[in-house]
Design a protein around this ligand. Structure first.
Ligand code: NAD
Length: 256
Protein backbone atom coordinates (compact mmCIF):
# COMPACT_ATOMS: atom_id res chain seq x y z
CA UNK A 1 0.00 0.00 0.00
CA UNK A 2 1.33 3.48 -0.80
CA UNK A 3 0.56 6.30 1.63
CA UNK A 4 0.78 9.68 0.01
CA UNK A 5 0.54 12.18 2.80
CA UNK A 6 2.01 12.58 6.26
CA UNK A 7 -1.55 12.67 7.56
CA UNK A 8 -2.24 9.24 6.03
CA UNK A 9 0.95 7.81 7.47
CA UNK A 10 0.14 9.06 10.97
CA UNK A 11 -3.38 7.64 10.71
CA UNK A 12 -2.02 4.28 9.54
CA UNK A 13 0.59 4.19 12.32
CA UNK A 14 -2.14 4.91 14.88
CA UNK A 15 -4.35 2.14 13.51
CA UNK A 16 -1.44 -0.31 13.76
CA UNK A 17 -1.15 0.58 17.47
CA UNK A 18 -4.86 0.03 17.95
CA UNK A 19 -4.69 -3.43 16.33
CA UNK A 20 -1.46 -4.49 18.05
CA UNK A 21 -1.41 -6.91 21.01
CA UNK A 22 2.22 -6.38 22.02
CA UNK A 23 4.02 -3.31 20.72
CA UNK A 24 7.61 -2.32 21.49
CA UNK A 25 9.62 0.79 20.70
CA UNK A 26 13.22 0.52 19.53
CA UNK A 27 15.13 3.77 19.97
CA UNK A 28 18.50 5.25 19.11
CA UNK A 29 20.44 8.46 19.53
CA UNK A 30 18.07 10.37 17.19
CA UNK A 31 15.27 10.34 19.76
CA UNK A 32 17.46 12.42 22.08
CA UNK A 33 18.82 15.05 19.65
CA UNK A 34 15.86 17.31 20.49
CA UNK A 35 16.98 17.08 24.12
CA UNK A 36 20.31 18.59 23.05
CA UNK A 37 22.34 15.35 22.93
CA UNK A 38 24.08 14.89 19.56
CA UNK A 39 23.84 11.56 17.74
CA UNK A 40 26.91 9.72 16.45
CA UNK A 41 26.67 10.04 12.73
CA UNK A 42 25.30 13.46 11.86
CA UNK A 43 27.81 15.65 10.03
CA UNK A 44 29.63 18.35 12.05
CA UNK A 45 27.73 17.81 15.32
CA UNK A 46 27.92 13.99 15.38
CA UNK A 47 30.17 12.51 18.07
CA UNK A 48 32.31 10.66 15.53
CA UNK A 49 33.24 13.88 13.78
CA UNK A 50 37.04 14.20 13.78
CA UNK A 51 37.76 11.20 16.05
CA UNK A 52 38.93 7.63 15.65
CA UNK A 53 36.21 5.55 17.31
CA UNK A 54 38.56 2.67 18.09
CA UNK A 55 40.98 4.95 19.92
CA UNK A 56 38.48 6.72 22.12
CA UNK A 57 35.47 4.42 22.36
CA UNK A 58 36.73 0.83 22.40
CA UNK A 59 37.52 -1.20 25.51
CA UNK A 60 41.08 -1.69 24.20
CA UNK A 61 41.52 2.06 23.74
CA UNK A 62 40.00 2.68 27.19
CA UNK A 63 42.46 0.32 28.90
CA UNK A 64 45.40 1.87 27.05
CA UNK A 65 44.41 5.49 27.52
CA UNK A 66 41.36 6.15 29.73
CA UNK A 67 42.07 9.89 29.67
CA UNK A 68 41.40 9.96 25.88
CA UNK A 69 38.02 8.26 26.43
CA UNK A 70 37.06 10.62 29.25
CA UNK A 71 38.14 13.70 27.30
CA UNK A 72 36.09 12.57 24.27
CA UNK A 73 33.02 11.65 26.30
CA UNK A 74 33.09 14.79 28.48
CA UNK A 75 30.80 16.95 26.26
CA UNK A 76 28.31 14.06 25.89
CA UNK A 77 28.39 13.52 29.66
CA UNK A 78 27.87 17.21 30.38
CA UNK A 79 24.85 17.47 28.05
CA UNK A 80 23.42 14.13 29.19
CA UNK A 81 23.51 15.01 32.89
CA UNK A 82 21.70 18.29 32.12
CA UNK A 83 19.29 16.91 29.49
CA UNK A 84 15.55 16.55 29.94
CA UNK A 85 13.27 14.16 28.09
CA UNK A 86 11.59 15.65 25.02
CA UNK A 87 8.10 15.04 23.66
CA UNK A 88 9.21 11.83 21.94
CA UNK A 89 10.41 10.20 25.21
CA UNK A 90 7.35 11.52 27.04
CA UNK A 91 4.96 10.16 24.39
CA UNK A 92 6.48 6.68 24.61
CA UNK A 93 6.02 6.73 28.40
CA UNK A 94 2.39 7.81 27.93
CA UNK A 95 1.71 5.11 25.33
CA UNK A 96 3.03 2.54 27.83
CA UNK A 97 0.87 3.97 30.65
CA UNK A 98 -2.17 3.72 28.42
CA UNK A 99 -1.40 0.11 27.53
CA UNK A 100 -0.49 0.64 23.86
CA UNK A 101 3.23 -0.02 24.34
CA UNK A 102 4.85 -2.86 26.29
CA UNK A 103 8.44 -1.67 26.49
CA UNK A 104 11.30 0.32 25.04
CA UNK A 105 14.46 -1.31 23.71
CA UNK A 106 17.06 1.43 23.57
CA UNK A 107 20.62 1.77 22.36
CA UNK A 108 20.88 5.02 24.27
CA UNK A 109 22.93 5.50 27.40
CA UNK A 110 21.32 8.81 28.38
CA UNK A 111 18.60 7.41 30.71
CA UNK A 112 16.01 9.81 29.25
CA UNK A 113 13.40 7.05 28.88
CA UNK A 114 13.65 6.46 32.64
CA UNK A 115 13.40 10.19 33.33
CA UNK A 116 10.33 10.38 31.05
CA UNK A 117 8.59 7.70 33.11
CA UNK A 118 8.88 4.60 30.90
CA UNK A 119 8.77 1.50 33.12
CA UNK A 120 9.90 -1.39 30.95
CA UNK A 121 13.23 -0.42 29.40
CA UNK A 122 15.95 -2.63 27.91
CA UNK A 123 19.19 -0.61 27.82
CA UNK A 124 21.26 -2.65 25.37
CA UNK A 125 24.31 -0.37 25.39
CA UNK A 126 24.37 0.29 29.13
CA UNK A 127 23.85 3.61 30.91
CA UNK A 128 25.61 6.25 32.98
CA UNK A 129 23.82 5.36 36.23
CA UNK A 130 26.79 3.37 37.52
CA UNK A 131 30.52 2.98 36.94
CA UNK A 132 32.62 -0.12 37.57
CA UNK A 133 36.26 -0.52 38.58
CA UNK A 134 38.06 -2.35 35.76
CA UNK A 135 40.40 -3.99 38.34
CA UNK A 136 38.23 -5.13 41.28
CA UNK A 137 34.76 -4.74 39.62
CA UNK A 138 33.30 -2.75 42.52
CA UNK A 139 30.29 -0.77 41.28
CA UNK A 140 29.82 2.92 42.16
CA UNK A 141 27.04 5.43 41.57
CA UNK A 142 27.79 7.05 38.20
CA UNK A 143 26.60 10.63 38.52
CA UNK A 144 28.94 11.90 41.29
CA UNK A 145 31.92 10.30 39.55
CA UNK A 146 31.09 11.88 36.21
CA UNK A 147 30.37 15.27 37.79
CA UNK A 148 33.72 15.13 39.55
CA UNK A 149 35.48 14.35 36.26
CA UNK A 150 33.73 17.24 34.53
CA UNK A 151 34.94 19.53 37.33
CA UNK A 152 38.59 18.47 37.56
CA UNK A 153 39.25 16.62 34.25
CA UNK A 154 40.97 13.74 36.10
CA UNK A 155 40.27 10.08 35.32
CA UNK A 156 38.25 8.67 38.26
CA UNK A 157 39.78 5.87 40.34
CA UNK A 158 38.36 3.20 42.63
CA UNK A 159 38.29 4.06 46.36
CA UNK A 160 39.05 0.42 47.22
CA UNK A 161 41.90 -0.61 44.89
CA UNK A 162 42.74 2.56 42.91
CA UNK A 163 41.82 0.86 39.60
CA UNK A 164 40.35 2.98 36.81
CA UNK A 165 36.56 3.45 36.90
CA UNK A 166 34.61 2.95 33.68
CA UNK A 167 31.03 4.16 33.23
CA UNK A 168 28.73 1.17 32.58
CA UNK A 169 28.28 2.00 28.92
CA UNK A 170 29.18 -0.62 26.33
CA UNK A 171 32.30 0.26 24.33
CA UNK A 172 33.36 -1.28 21.01
CA UNK A 173 34.88 -4.69 21.69
CA UNK A 174 32.66 -5.33 24.74
CA UNK A 175 29.79 -7.81 24.94
CA UNK A 176 26.28 -6.44 25.32
CA UNK A 177 24.84 -6.98 28.83
CA UNK A 178 23.74 -10.57 28.35
CA UNK A 179 20.68 -10.65 30.66
CA UNK A 180 19.35 -7.37 29.22
CA UNK A 181 19.85 -8.60 25.65
CA UNK A 182 18.12 -11.92 26.37
CA UNK A 183 15.17 -10.18 28.03
CA UNK A 184 14.87 -7.84 25.03
CA UNK A 185 14.97 -10.78 22.63
CA UNK A 186 12.25 -12.51 24.63
CA UNK A 187 10.06 -9.39 24.36
CA UNK A 188 10.81 -9.13 20.61
CA UNK A 189 9.61 -12.71 20.13
CA UNK A 190 6.21 -11.68 21.56
CA UNK A 191 6.00 -8.39 19.70
CA UNK A 192 3.69 -7.83 16.71
CA UNK A 193 4.49 -4.13 16.21
CA UNK A 194 7.80 -2.29 16.56
CA UNK A 195 8.09 1.49 16.50
CA UNK A 196 11.66 2.30 15.45
CA UNK A 197 12.72 5.83 16.39
CA UNK A 198 15.92 7.76 15.70
CA UNK A 199 18.35 4.99 14.80
CA UNK A 200 20.55 4.53 11.75
CA UNK A 201 20.38 0.75 12.51
CA UNK A 202 24.06 0.57 11.66
CA UNK A 203 25.43 -0.68 14.98
CA UNK A 204 25.19 -4.49 15.21
CA UNK A 205 23.96 -6.59 16.91
CA UNK A 206 21.40 -4.22 18.48
CA UNK A 207 20.69 -2.42 15.20
CA UNK A 208 19.71 -5.73 13.56
CA UNK A 209 16.79 -6.27 15.94
CA UNK A 210 14.10 -4.45 13.88
CA UNK A 211 15.10 -6.23 10.65
CA UNK A 212 15.09 -9.60 12.37
CA UNK A 213 11.69 -8.87 13.90
CA UNK A 214 10.29 -7.79 10.52
CA UNK A 215 11.52 -11.02 8.92
CA UNK A 216 9.47 -12.93 11.50
CA UNK A 217 6.34 -10.91 10.68
CA UNK A 218 6.47 -8.03 13.16
CA UNK A 219 5.11 -4.83 11.60
CA UNK A 220 7.48 -1.87 11.65
CA UNK A 221 6.79 1.84 11.93
CA UNK A 222 9.99 3.84 11.33
CA UNK A 223 10.44 7.46 12.35
CA UNK A 224 13.87 8.74 11.41
CA UNK A 225 15.26 11.84 9.74
CA UNK A 226 17.17 9.78 7.16
CA UNK A 227 16.43 6.51 5.35
CA UNK A 228 17.42 3.29 7.18
CA UNK A 229 18.19 -0.23 5.92
CA UNK A 230 14.81 -1.38 7.31
CA UNK A 231 12.65 1.18 5.45
CA UNK A 232 11.72 -1.21 2.67
CA UNK A 233 10.35 -3.72 5.18
CA UNK A 234 8.27 -1.20 7.13
CA UNK A 235 4.52 -0.61 7.00
CA UNK A 236 4.99 3.09 7.70
CA UNK A 237 8.11 5.22 7.21
CA UNK A 238 8.19 8.86 8.26
CA UNK A 239 11.33 10.93 7.69
CA UNK A 240 10.78 13.68 10.23
CA UNK A 241 11.60 14.72 13.79
CA UNK A 242 10.47 12.20 16.39
CA UNK A 243 9.44 14.84 18.93
CA UNK A 244 6.98 16.27 16.39
CA UNK A 245 5.58 13.03 14.95
CA UNK A 246 5.19 10.78 18.02
CA UNK A 247 2.74 13.08 19.84
CA UNK A 248 0.67 13.26 16.62
CA UNK A 249 0.49 9.46 16.42
CA UNK A 250 -0.42 9.21 20.13
CA UNK A 251 -3.21 11.80 19.74
CA UNK A 252 -4.56 9.83 16.81
CA UNK A 253 -4.41 6.55 18.77
CA UNK A 254 -6.45 8.22 21.50
CA UNK A 255 -9.10 9.38 19.05
CA UNK A 256 -9.63 6.02 17.30
P1 NAD B 1 23.11 7.00 15.04
O1 NAD B 1 23.80 8.27 15.40
O2 NAD B 1 23.82 5.98 14.25
O3 NAD B 1 21.78 7.37 14.21
C1 NAD B 1 20.86 8.34 14.65
C2 NAD B 1 19.75 8.44 13.62
O4 NAD B 1 18.75 9.30 14.15
C3 NAD B 1 20.21 9.05 12.29
O5 NAD B 1 19.82 8.20 11.22
C4 NAD B 1 19.50 10.42 12.22
O6 NAD B 1 19.04 10.72 10.93
C5 NAD B 1 18.32 10.20 13.14
N1 NAD B 1 17.87 11.40 13.82
C6 NAD B 1 18.61 12.42 14.35
N2 NAD B 1 17.82 13.31 14.97
C7 NAD B 1 16.53 12.87 14.82
C8 NAD B 1 15.27 13.35 15.24
N3 NAD B 1 15.14 14.50 15.94
N4 NAD B 1 14.15 12.64 14.93
C9 NAD B 1 14.26 11.49 14.20
N5 NAD B 1 15.44 10.99 13.76
C10 NAD B 1 16.57 11.65 14.10
O7 NAD B 1 22.55 6.40 16.42
P2 NAD B 1 22.15 4.91 16.81
O8 NAD B 1 21.49 4.23 15.67
O9 NAD B 1 21.47 5.00 18.13
O10 NAD B 1 23.48 4.06 17.01
C11 NAD B 1 24.70 4.51 17.44
C12 NAD B 1 25.09 4.41 18.89
O11 NAD B 1 24.98 5.69 19.39
C13 NAD B 1 24.35 3.61 19.88
O12 NAD B 1 25.19 2.60 20.28
C14 NAD B 1 24.16 4.54 21.11
O13 NAD B 1 24.62 3.91 22.28
C15 NAD B 1 25.05 5.66 20.82
N6 NAD B 1 24.71 7.02 21.23
C16 NAD B 1 23.80 7.26 22.21
C17 NAD B 1 23.49 8.56 22.54
C18 NAD B 1 22.47 8.79 23.62
O14 NAD B 1 22.42 8.00 24.57
N7 NAD B 1 21.64 9.83 23.50
C19 NAD B 1 24.07 9.63 21.89
C20 NAD B 1 25.01 9.35 20.88
C21 NAD B 1 25.32 8.03 20.57
Amino acid sequence: MIFETLHDKIAHAASLFKQSHYALAFTGAGISTDSGIPDFRSQELGLWHNVDAMTVASIFGFKRNPQAFYDWVAPLTRTTLAARPNNAHITLAELERRGFLHGVITQNIDMLHTRAGSQCIYELHGHMRTATCISCFKVFEGEPILKQFIEDGRVPHCKICNGVLKPDVILFGEQLPIREFQNAQEAVRRCDLMLVVGSSLEVAPAGDIPLMAARRGTKLIIINLEPTPADKMAEVVIHARAAEILPEIARRVESL
